[in-house]
Design a protein around this ligand. Sequence first.
Ligand code: FAD
Length: 416
Amino acid sequence: MSKNAKRDTPEQEEFRRYCRDWLASNVPAAPNFKPLKNGAEVATQQHLEYYSVWQKSAYDAGLVGCDYPVEYGGGGRTHCQSIANQEMLRAKTPILPGAIGLGMAAPTIFFHGSESLKQRLLPKLLSGEELWCQGFSEPGAGSDLASVQTFAERRGDKWVINGHKVWTSTAQFATWMILLARTDKSDKYNGLTYFVVPIKSELGKSVTVRPLIKITGETGFNEELFDDLEIDDAFRLDDVGKGWQVAMTTLAHERGAGPLTTPMSGGQGLAEDKDSKPKSERSEFPLIKLAQHCVRNGEPAIDDPVIRDKVMNMLIRQVGIKQNRRLRRVPGLADSQRLTLQDKLLGTEYLQDSAALALEIEGPAGTLSNFDSAAPDNGMWPLAYLSSFGGTIAAGTSEIQRNILGERILGLDKSK
Ligand SMILES: Cc1cc2nc3c(=O)[nH]c(=O)nc-3n(C[C@H](O)[C@H](O)[C@H](O)COP(=O)(O)OP(=O)(O)OC[C@H]3O[C@@H](n4cnc5c(N)ncnc54)[C@H](O)[C@@H]3O)c2cc1C
C-alpha cells in the first residue's frame, strides 16, 4: 500500500480502488507521436484529438471534475480529485489537454460565476469538449498584470471589448477565454473587471487569433486582437471593478495554492507521488545515466570529478524539492502559499540548471537536435534547455516569485 493510500478515508479508499480498477483496463495505447508532457504542448490537430478523447473518457468515468457539484457536471465527491490524480500519475496516463480550463478557469468560474454560467460552462470544460485559454498578459502588462489596457466599454447590458492579449497558450484550439479587462482608466486595480469570453463561436468572430512561434520552433503561443467584440453582461464574473480579486483566485490555482485540486497532467519528471526509494532514485537519475554514456576527455563523463560534483549537486536539489513537496501532505500545509511559491521557483530553476548541465555533459553532441539519430537521449536535452526558460517566466517570473516570498512570507520591505 502506498503512503498516500494509508491516509485515505473509507470513501477515498473505495474511490481509489475504483480508479485503479478502471485505469487497469482503460489507459489508451501510446499515440503514434512523441507523448506530450503538459497541456500547453498541444500543437496539432492530431495531438488535440488523441488527448481530448482521453480527457472525455476519464471524465465520463468520474476521474476528472470529481470534487465539483453534480449540477455543474462534476462528480459531487469531496477531496477525491487528488486521489484520481495520484492514480492517473501511477498509471502513467496521457496528459489532459484542458489543463488551463481545469486548473484555472474552472475554479475561477466556480467561486465567482453566476449560477447560470456555472451550469452552462463547467460541464463541457470538465469533459474537455470545450478548451479554455487565459487572456491576462499584454504587450505592456506581464509581471505588472494590473496594467492591462484591453478595454471593455459598457453599452447597456452589453460590453464591447477592444485590445491586444499575448503569450496565450493553446488559444488556437480554445473556444473560451478567461479575460482580465480594464473598465475604468482612472483606477489601476479597481478599474479591472473579469469576463469569460467566447473566442471561436459566431460571437467570437471579432477576435483574431494569431500563432506565435517559440524559441523551440514549436507553436502553442498566440496573440489575440479584439476588435469591437460584443458580449452580454452575463459573461462577467463577480462585480464590475472586482477583476483584480477574481484574477487572484485564478493565479492562486495557477500557482497550485488554490482550494480546488485539479488534474494538470499525466506524468511529471519531479512528481513525488510514488513511494521513494533513494537507492533506485540514484541509479535512475537521468543525469547520472547520461554521464555514464557520454565521453569526456576520452573517459566516461561520470569519471570526471567536476562533472560528478555538479551531478551530485543536482541530485541533492532534486531530493530537496521532493521533500518540500512531501511537506504539502502535512494537514494544514496543503495550501501553503510558501510551499507553492518555493516549489514553482525551485522546480523551474532546477529543470533549467539540469538541462544546462546535461548539455555540458554531452559536449559537442549537445548541438544535435531531436531529429538526429546520433543525439544522446534522443536529443531531448537541447529542447529541454530551450523550453526551460518558459517555466521560469510563466505564472510569475523567478524574480517575481522571489519578491513575493520576500515580501509576503518573510515580511521584508516592499520592493520599489
Ligand atoms: C510558457 C509560457 C506560457 C504562458 N502562457 C500564458 C497564458 O496562457 N496566458 C497569459 O495571459 N500569459 C501567458 N504567459 C505570459 C506570462 O504570464 C508573462 O510572460 C509573465 O508574467 C512575464 O511578463 P512579461 O513577459 O511581460 O515580462 P516582464 O513583466 O516585462 O518582465 C521582464 C523582466 O523583468 C523582470 N521584472 C519585472 N518586474 C519586476 C520586479 N518588480 N522586480 C524584479 N524583476 C522584475 C522579470 O522578472 C523579467 O525578467 C506565458 C508565458 C510563458 C513563458
